[in-house]
Design a protein around this ligand. Sequence first.
Ligand SMILES: Cc1cc2nc3c(=O)[nH]c(=O)nc-3n(C[C@H](O)[C@H](O)[C@H](O)COP(=O)(O)OP(=O)(O)OC[C@H]3O[C@@H](n4cnc5c(N)ncnc54)[C@H](O)[C@@H]3O)c2cc1C
Length: 450
Amino acid sequence: MKDKACRIISKHPVDPGLSGWYAILPEPEQGQVLEQSITSDWLVIGGGFAGLSAARRLQQSCSSERITLLEARRVGEGPAGRNSGFMIDLPHDLSSDNYATETSEADQSQTDFNRSAIQFAHEAAKECHMAREVFDPCGKINGAATQKGMAHNKDYARTLALSGEDHEMLDAAAMKEMTGTDYYLGGLYSPGTVMLQPAAYVRALADHLRPSIGLFENSPVIKFSRKGQNWLVETPKGSVEAQKIILAVNGHAQSFGYFEHRLMHVFTYASMTRALSEDEIKCLGGRSSWCLTPADPMGATIRRICGVGGDRIVTRTRFTYDPSMEISKDRLESVGQSQQKAFNRRFPMLGDMKMDYIWAGRLCLSYNGVSAFGEIDDNIFSACCQNGLGASKGTFSGMMAADLAMGKSSDHLTQLLKQEPPSRLPPEPLSWLGANALMRWREWRAGKEA
Ligand SMILES: Cc1cc2nc3c(=O)[nH]c(=O)nc-3n(C[C@H](O)[C@H](O)[C@H](O)COP(=O)(O)OP(=O)(O)OC[C@H]3O[C@@H](n4cnc5c(N)ncnc54)[C@H](O)[C@@H]3O)c2cc1C
């Protein structure tokens, strides 16, 4: 922790490329920018899964108190609105070969956490009247394109069977019937995942909160300091004096001076086709909406979507470790080219289908796979570092940070507080070299799954 008196936040979020999820939605109404000095009982910083869930939780319990949320960009422009939309209930450890964590006990508690987040999101979706294409409790499939992928699926199915989790193995014919392509040899279906249109989901949550809280967009926090017992938080055009703060900025916790040398900043990349024509839809075949995570965590996530914006296919591949939290335009372009090849391999029947949108987004991971959670300064509560699974983990950490700040107790909170803090990373450039070399090797090893 550096000088507590006054902290300048010099690094602000940069989100490369226009996310297709955001672009296919109607233009949002004009957001409110913070342009005055206000006081508030509660301040939430960050309008992603964690921040919006924290604000909702506060609003449910402290409706008579003043709650303010500051978001650096428009809600939905950041990572929460540019991900693949899998709100997953089961353990999904990207560093393992088949997503399971090290112990079945850890798997069970992670599943409990994720399911309570999904339940919370479910209630929000109902209250916000979200359409099925925005919040769809349809489950997901781990698609396997290689014998190795099939073996990962079998291993994972064994873990699920041991813990009594529902699942079903799909053969190549079932995969083709669903996706229209014969690329996949098999799949492993599990029913508990909710599929989001991520930008529409966070936007709907924000719209629902707006009448009762002060929600300010394009209002990045640039400075914060102590003012008596309170915190004074400044944006370019205004300020908030607040008693308690929930910091929900994922990897940018580091830009606020917390968890330095403990957070790994990783980018992953996505693209969305143009809307398919009637002829292309016929030629592709399969169902109008489906979703695949790869059997090998380093492989490609693929979704077919329909509804607002038409029928499209969304692809996500690749991970790069970028401690600067920024990537170049060239990188985005070159990953876009390799992603196009991954798409063409799967859907040769669509010819040279071009992508309307190519984008990237930040994940934040810790070396020991834990979140950056808890009271990290007097009345500052962190709900950061979602280890790549922010839809459910971010929702959960936002709920729990609000509970902690309100002085509530629960078994879930007790368990979460028992977790180790994020461990220290090896020094740079060792971390950069090591992490990128490992990811390139694992991607290479994933072969046709990528
Ligand atoms: C292509 C892609 C695919 C992904 N797929 C999935 C998936 O299928 N399922 C899944 O669970 N996860 C997925 N993820 C990861 C997921 O998007 C993140 O884990 C999640 O967004 C983290 O949620 P969060 O609320 O903690 O942080 P964020 O979503 O990053 O929200 C934090 C917010 O804080 C704001 N902020 C930062 N600094 C400031 C500041 N100074 N002042 C004010 N506001 C600030 C940011 O603008 C941002 O909106 C994917 C990510 C990408 C990029």
